[in-house]
Design a protein around this ligand. Structure first.
Ligand code: ATP
Length: 323
């Protein structure tokens, strides 16, 4: 490998900058030329490519977002788009490419690898929804952001003796919701992985809690379950308790990355460069059972990950105290 390219793709996540920095600095330390590709696969196809040196990544480890920008790219779903991408890599001498992004971005990486460009995927998404890894860059910061926001909602909800229904991100996965369920001590948490809890059951729970003297009732809804506004309206109609819906939205994707995110991003970025220098391709970096490892992209995508049942059980038990 002579020249390493790096790009961020799909949804952004705090810590992506730390990963870019690690790829650039580790690449340079190994005597490679490093190029940044802006705006994901779009930037590759449009030749939005810049030279990176050690200074290009100064003062970014603490910043949210991604200095390389990110995008979704329709053209890359086609063989023509992928071939164009591979040819542009060759034109710039990029023989190794690190793709920081989610599952969709790794499919693009696998396609480029088929076309002769060595590619390595680094898991970057707040959703934690990449099957082969216990950790994805951005999750810890996003959970902390959501948790702090929900603490604030809880303050005002308690003062007014209201019920709050808060929706957190996660796409089709409920990891952020499950963590907030425990860390915010919510009364209920609705996860896509756990099927639907009936509105009637939720309402009965609220009424029972009111009778016990609870001043607030906090329900966390995962994005993959949705229906947050409707649920809030139904609760208010059926219980007479003032109920507010809050959809936290994109604030969960921003902010300075936590130490956990900076650490994983730095280690995974460095690992990706090691793999390229060993001549590997079509691999995804993962954190599994406390170690950094790598898998074939296809093999990694076909692995199965299940949400932690014990955490869900504990959240339910701790939420339903009987004083
Ligand atoms: P996140 O889940 O955090 O949003 P992601 O990487 O899964 O990240 P996607 O929108 O699924 O986000 O994918 C990002 C980009 O990767 C797409 O816009 C497209 O350019 C490329 N991509 C996705 N799927 C494929 C595929 N099957 N073949 C080639 N390229 C793909």
């Amino acid at each position: 490998i002579n020249t390493i390219g790096v790009l961020t793709s799909g949804g952004d996540a705090p810590g992506m900058n730390a990963a870019i920095r690690a790829v650039v600095r580790m690449g340079l330390a190994k005597g490679k030329r490093v190029m940044g590709i802006r705006k994901g696969y779009n930037g590759l196809i449009n030749e939005d490519i810049i030279d990176m040196n050690a200074r290009s990544v100064s003062d970014i480890i603490q910043r949210g977002g991604t200095i390389l920008y990110t995008a979704r790219c329709q053209d890359f779903f086609t063989i023509e788009g992928q071939t164009k991408g591979a040819n542009i890599c060759r034109k710039y001498g990029i023989d190794g490419l690190v793709i920081i992004g989610g599952d969709g971005s790794f499919k693009g990486a696998a396609a480029l690898s088929e076309l002769g460009i060595n590619t390595i995927g680094v898991p970057g998404t707040i959703d934690l929804d990449i099957n082969c890894t216990d950790y994805t860059i951005g999750f810890d910061t996003a959970v902390n952001t959501a948790m702090e926001a929900i603490d604030k909602i809880r303050d005002t909800s308690t003062s007014h003796e209201r019920c709050s229904v808060v929706e957190v991100m996660g796409r089709h996965a409920g990891y952020i919701a499950l963590w907030c369920g425990i860390c915010n001590g919510s009364e209920d948490v609705l996860l896509p992985e756990k099927g639907k809890i009936s509105t009637k059951q939720i309402i009965n729970n609220i009424i029972a809690n009111r009778k016990k003297g609870k001043k607030h009732h906090l329900i966390i809804v995962a994005e993959g379950v949705g229906g947050t506004e409707k649920l809030a309206r139904e609760i208010e109609e059926k219980t007479g308790i003032e109920t507010r819906a809050t959809i936290l939205g994109h604030l969960q994707r921003g902010g300075s990355p936590s130490a956990v995110d900076r650490m994983h991003a730095s280690m995974m970025g460095a690992y990706a460069v090691d793999l390229l220098c060993e001549g590997k391709s079509n691999r995804v970096v993962a954190y599994k059972d406390g170690k950094y490892v790598d898998f074939d992209i296809e093999e990694g995508r076909n692995m199965i990950k299940v949400i932690d049942d014990r955490k869900f059980q504990v959240s339910q038990i701790l939420d339903k105290y009987t004083l």
